[in-house]
Design a protein around this ligand. Structure first.
Ligand code: ZN
Length: 270
């Protein structure tokens, strides 16, 4: 069964939407990922996870071609970053989602691969729901927030809090699992955030145990010289393979959960 939207003929897409398959849309960005990883890291990781997950459940989902460019203005001090203005980005993703809804997809799942895309993608998903007056579900999730990825992350990580942030142990391990020939591990570093606990991030652990989950996003170059925020030196291909499998199975679970989530009608009380 075909699962790649781009390879389908139009009537196959009609049949896929009528069968209630979920449209899975990967969204990432191109930006610096330290001295050891290519600028396509977020794209490779996000599309790699989505490809493997949808391939596993072709009767339940369709893999939409990715939106590769994202929102990354705070990384522009590093060469290689390509950023899309926030409102252009939100409208672009919303337009893709509304096109899918127009063709009958009632459930859309945006899968994010870049931290600063999370807030605009949340809005793109919500604006799509509003555009269709609640007749569809459009959700967004970052791959490191998938439950199984978090569980496996806690078991497998060697670094302490902050080690699995940008280009750190998690992303480097995943890249090693997907395209090891492009990783220059001899250049990998362990560089940490200078921020106080409430403003620190860790992809797998979330909020610092002594912090308050506030959001403050200064220019990346003010916080790190290498571009890394985390411990890239503790990354291994073995951990990456385990984390890849955890993210893929976590995404498969989430697709099933979204598929089973009823779309309840509005009850406007006016
Ligand atoms: Zn990244």
């Amino acid at each position: 069964m075909k699962y790649r939207f781009a390879e389908m003929i139009w009537h196959e897409i009609r049949d896929a939407s009528q069968a209630g398959r979920i449209a899975v849309l990967p969204v990432a960005t191109y930006e610096d990922h330290g001295p050891h990883l290519p600028v396509d890291t977020d794209v490779v990781l996000c599309t790699g996870i989505c490809e493997r997950a949808v391939q596993r459940i072709p009767d339940q989902a369709v893999l939409v071609p990715p939106v590769a460019h994202g929102y990354s203005p705070h990384h522009m001090d590093f060469h290689g970053t390509l950023t899309i203005t926030w409102d252009t980005f939100i409208r672009y993703v919303k337009d893709v989602c509304c096109s899918l809804a127009h063709h009958g997809f009632e459930r859309i799942l945006i899968v994010n691969g870049h931290g600063s895309n999370a807030s605009p993608l949340d809005l793109a998903a919500r604006l799509t729901v509003l555009e269709y007056e609640g007749r569809i579900h459009c959700a967004s999730v970052s791959h490191w927030d998938l439950r199984r990825a978090k569980d496996k992350g806690a078991q497998l990580r060697s670094s302490d809090y902050g080690g699995t942030s940008h280009a750190g142990e998690y992303e480097t391990s995943l890249y090693l699992a997907l395209k090891p020939e492009l990783v220059e591990m001899d250049r990998a570093v362990d560089e940490r955030s200078p921020m106080s606990p409430s403003f620190r991030t860790d992809l797998l652990a979330g909020t610092h145990p002594e912090g308050s989950a506030a959001r403050l996003v200064p220019y990346w170059s003010s916080q790190t010289g290498s571009g890394v925020m985390g411990d890239a030196t503790s990354a291994t291909k073995q951990k990456g393979e385990a984390w890849l499998e955890a993210a893929v199975s976590g995404l498969v679970d989430l697709v099933a959960e979204l598929k089973a989530q009823p779309i309840l009608p509005r009850r406007d009380q006016h």
